[in-house]
Design a binder for this molecule. Sequence first.
Ligand code: SF4
Length: 299
Amino acid sequence: MLTGIHVLLTYKCTFECDHCFLHCGSHREGTFTLRKLRDLLDEVEKIPTVDTVYFEGGEPFLFYPILLEGLRWVRDAGWHAGTVTNGYWATSMEDAEQWLQPVAKIGIADFSVSDDQFHSTKDADSPGSIASGAALKMGLPCDRICIAAPTVAAPSDSAVEKGQPVTGGGVKFRGRAAEKLTSGLPVRPWQELTTCPYEKLADPERVHVDAYGNVHLCQGISIGNMWSTPLSKLLHDYQAEKHPVAGPLLQGGPAQLARQYGIGPAEGYVDECHLCYMLRKSLLPVFPQYLAPAQVYGM
Ligand code: SF4
């Protein structure tokens, strides 16, 4: 049952992190206007199961007045509002509190801060640390997201039994991460990658939506375009088994996606998402409306 709408407020970001799912960066286009945001939330009103609208990106604080207005509308509609930031704006505790006062006044259900080595090496003095410190001081419900570079961990007993390497760090190998962070990691034969481990493709609990209108099941797998077909109708009509990408993934994971479209991956892959992303990238010219936007694939 769909309960969450995740608004990709912008693909612009102050960073170009190696682990970014979406190939975000300072040069990226695709930012919601107030008008588009209002049109989206009008549609969300028609989906009675939704209780949360979350603003992310890219870096949503780059479009601060639009973010604040969006958070206000979501709160006024009676949904839980949330947002995530890398805290680039937190240059001191006093300044961070100034930035966060309007957010605290709105009253949101979740405020998350990305604070790890991908974003800053200043540890306790990192912008993320200052932002989360200020948020906690002001009583905002704050989480820190800390992702480490992938490492090969000592295999657990059960992994040894299965002969599987174990890769740690919390990175999901999609988007830029699949291209930048997989080199040198242990791989598995593609035929073994027979499930989608992270997304409920048959009955999604959340979707991501972007300013181009794409409604993502997983980053870069679109159900359709909500500016052409209303979001409520797209979601109502969605049947995973008929979707040209989600269907095979549901049937037999990325390995089935490869078989169905006659793609013979030659090498092993770090995990399901790594294979899935690389296959999807090669299928871009075949399904441009379902594998969108192309910039999520680094185009
Ligand atoms: S296997 Fe594919 S669809 Fe599933 S979570 Fe990984 S990248 Fe997303």
